[in-house]
Design a protein around this ligand. Structure first.
Ligand code: DGI
Ligand code: FE
Ligand code: FE
Length: 189
């Protein structure tokens, strides 16, 4: 299964994206082991998280319509957010993955959401800290991810929201909800 997915990915992803995918796999497997969750599930979710990333906006929207995927209006209107829902559906139909934890981790890897499961948190964070990422603060975030998943996530959401504000982009409500939830969870610790 893993090899079949990898050979499909190699064909559909440009070199840089495939390297990113392998980086996310490595980060997600390490974090899963660190936090005692299924490494096999982390590997599959990471491998497929950006499976639909190279489709055009038109292709993604067409796919959503043809397969009648449930997508809220503000997600539908934001190109960057569509590859998660489409990728999760492709993981099910092209590779027969029915594990809801894996599918949710793929579906919500760009925005996060309220009540994220540990696997979703790991995929969200791995996307930011994988070895090919290089931006100010990435080393600190890598360290934080291993100290406390929620602290790492809060930093990840804050970075995303800062970027969206700086570039005048719409902030999806799931991004805001997921960020606020981390504050509540951290206050309880
Ligand atoms: O697919 P990747 O590039 O590896 O990473 P990703 O799936 O986290 O996608 C990142 C892009 O999604 C990045 O350009 C920021 C954007 N994004 C994340 N949350 C939101 C968002 N864009 C909008 N407009 N609103 C959001 O809430
Ligand atoms: Fe992505
Ligand atoms: Fe990614």
């Amino acid at each position: 299964m893993i090899e079949r997915i990898k050979s499909r990915l190699k064909k559909r992803q440009p070199y840089g994206r495939y390297q990113h995918t392998l980086g996310v796999v490595k980060a997600a497997c390490d974090l899963a082991e660190h936090y005692g969750i299924s490494v096999d599930k982390a590997r599959l979710a990471a491998l497929l998280h950006d499976y639909a990333k190279d489709l055009t906006e038109h292709e993604l929207k067409k796919y959503i319509e043809v397969h009648k995927l449930e997508v809220d209006q503000s997600l539908y209107e934001t190109y960057e957010l569509l590859h998660g829902v489409v990728g999760a559906h492709m993981a099910k139909t092209e590779f027969g993955i029915h594990d809801e934890e894996i599918l949710q981790a793929i579906r919500y890897h760009t925005t996060g959401r309220l009540h994220m499961e540990p696997l979703e948190k790991i995929i969200y964070l791995s996307d930011f800290i994988e070895e090919n990422r290089n931006y100010p603060g990435v080393e600190a975030l890598r360290k934080l991810a291993y100290e406390d998943l929620d602290k790492g996530l809060l930093q990840g959401f804050n970075n995303t929201i800062r970027f969206l504000l700086a570039t005048d982009k719409v902030i999806h409500c799931n991004t805001v909800k997921a960020r606020n939830q981390r504050l509540k969870d951290l206050a309880k610790k």
